[in-house]
Design a protein around this ligand. Structure first.
Ligand SMILES: [Zn+2]
Length: 332
């Protein structure tokens, strides 16, 4: 049994910088024809100079793979001139509430105080990508943030807003309420719940932000992905940390999935008799929603077992050592 996917896209990736960038960028570029590159470096990618520098770094690390990096700026109080200058080089601007996840200390303290920037982004047609969590109780952060999404979607009806890595039934419902809301969802949030992270022995390699939630949340996300919901895109949020930052007190948040995303999804969609919808979920919806035209590639997956490697250099992937039933046979 085999499956062909045309120009798969990963609409939410962390490539990091320096040595880690060189490890992970080729792994994504080996399977994907493009992806949205997140700007939460230290310091963040929040100026045109830094954006152009990082774009070059990413292109260098990707090497000869056919892969379009869709770059983002880290949200701050930009001037109109800065937005106009950046627009040709970015797919959108990523907003992090301060302290919400890895390297987001410089994020926004009060989202709704930035309405003047959202208004300019709406006028210039620059999409807003959002890490949607409040500073409330960890399981309630996304559900509470839905009020902010609702306010933004209502106040700026032409602003294209992506709810990044949604994890709750509440966010899935919201997607149906507003035409200008779209969302990414990760493979891991379609597969795991909080029980897999902390229900038994603590599993640091499944610890991420937003944290995996309840079974009914996962089921709602999965139903939307399998359907497939036309405003839902695959964004892996693949987020590498070296093993000593995961297997330690003070475990860093992030799950590394880049090299196994397509086999994981083929297994999951086949299990639910929805393989025919995987193309839309991993490419077609993103192309339409962001109006991008990635390089033409074809990924051939075959139903043959694969053991997930224990490590990629210093990084432990999700489900290391586990056998899954699909693998990537060829990319052309
Ligand atoms: Zn992320």
């Amino acid at each position: 049994m085999e499956l062909l996917l045309r120009s798969p896209l990963d609409m939410h990736i962390h490539f990091r910088q320096d040595a880690m960038l060189d490890v992970v960028a080729p792994l994504s570029a080996a399977h994907f024809a493009g992806g949205v590159i997140m700007p939460n470096l230290i310091p963040p990618v929040d100026s045109l100079d830094r954006l152009l520098w990082y774009t070059n770094e990413v292109r260098r690390a990707v090497g000869t793979h056919r892969f379009d990096p869709y770059m983002t700026l880290f949200f701050r109080d930009y001037t109109r001139e800065e937005l106009v200058a950046a627009k040709p080089h970015i797919i959108g601007i990523k907003l992090y509430p301060a302290g919400a996840t890895t390297n987001s200390d410089g994020g926004v303290k009060e989202v709704l105080s930035m309405k003047h920037v959202f208004a300019m982004m709406e006028e210039l047609d620059i999409p807003l990508l959002v890490h949607g969590e409040t500073h409330g109780f960890v399981l309630d952060r996304e559900r509470e943030f839905c009020e902010v999404y609702r306010t933004l979607a209502t106040a700026f009806p032409r602003l294209r807003i992506t709810m990044e890595h949604i994890t709750t039934e509440a966010a899935v419902s919201l997607l149906d309420e507003f035409e200008n809301l779209r969302a990414t969802v990760t493979p891991h949030h379609l597969l795991i719940t909080l029980d897999d992270v902390a229900g038994g022995m603590l599993n640091p390699h499944l610890f991420c932000k937003p944290i995996a939630k309840r079974p009914e949340d996962r089921d709602a996300l999965l139903a939307a992905a399998l359907r497939p919901h036309p405003r839902l895109m695959m964004g892996s949020d693949s987020a590498p940390h070296p093993i000593d930052k995961k297997e330690s007190a003070g475990c860093a948040a992030g799950i590394f999935t880049a090299p196994i995303i397509l086999p994981l999804l083929a297994e999951l969609f086949e299990k639910h008799d929805a393989l025919v919808n995987l193309q839309a979920f991993v490419s077609d919806h993103a192309r339409l929603l962001y109006n991008v035209e990635p390089p033409t590639t074809t990924v051939r997956l075959v139903k043959e077992s694969m053991i997930i490697p224990e490590q990629y250099e210093s990084v432990v992937p999700m489900w290391a050592g586990r056998t899954i039933s699909w693998r990537v046979a060829e990319v052309s």
